[in-house]
Design a binder for this molecule. Sequence first.
Ligand SMILES: [Mg+2]
Length: 254
Amino acid sequence: MTGVRGIVLDMEGVLHVDWSPIPGSAAAVAELAAEGIEVGVLTNTTGKTRAAIAERLAGIGYELPVERITTAASAAAEYLRSRQAGKRVYALVERGAVGELDGVELVDDPGSAEVVLLGGPDESWTYRRLNAVFRTLLGGVPLVAMQRNRWWPTADGPALDAGMFVVGLSYAAATEPVVVGKPSTEIYRSACRLLEVDPAEAMMVGDDPESDLAPAAGIGMRTCLVRTGKGSSFGQVDVDLDLVDLAALPAALG
Ligand SMILES: [Mg+2]
């Protein structure tokens, strides 16, 4: 397959499963990079910094530096810097996400905010804070969300994610949120910009055709489904490449 200058990789199910590396994936990443292809990673994570992710990936054999990693938090920061430049932002986000908001003016008082930003929820999201955000939104201030996932698995069982809060606050304030993370195309554009490649010259590799690959195809990226992780649970799908694992990608690209 010709013309692919950049490759964006989903993490879970492509590089590792629960931080256990998938055999052959690290060698494939090294081989692609050695062939001069720009390789990056895209994840909907909001609570971990890109530096922490790079370190964790290095620990399981992946050489993917921090400046090649796009998270829902880093993509939201880029969205705010470019589309809401200079605006005062009230951020309801985890501590880890605050470190990704360089160049964004954060304020402590939701009443003085010009934009509200939601990340991943935790126990600090009290009724009092949510109600203050609600009042700000009622005043016409836009709502930007890093992601709107339904839930995530924890050792204790499923935990409520940001989706309920994004949907609930926008319902209550009758406003339409901007969601930056997957499945929004914003985060894919952000990942391509990081690699300095046009989406038409880039390929998205994921283990979920709907949440990883459909939005990528929507902005003109080529798509590669790997049958590791969740990938084994799907039937036949319409993608550019359908591979047993990431290790098969360098040969498939030719
Ligand atoms: Mg995945």
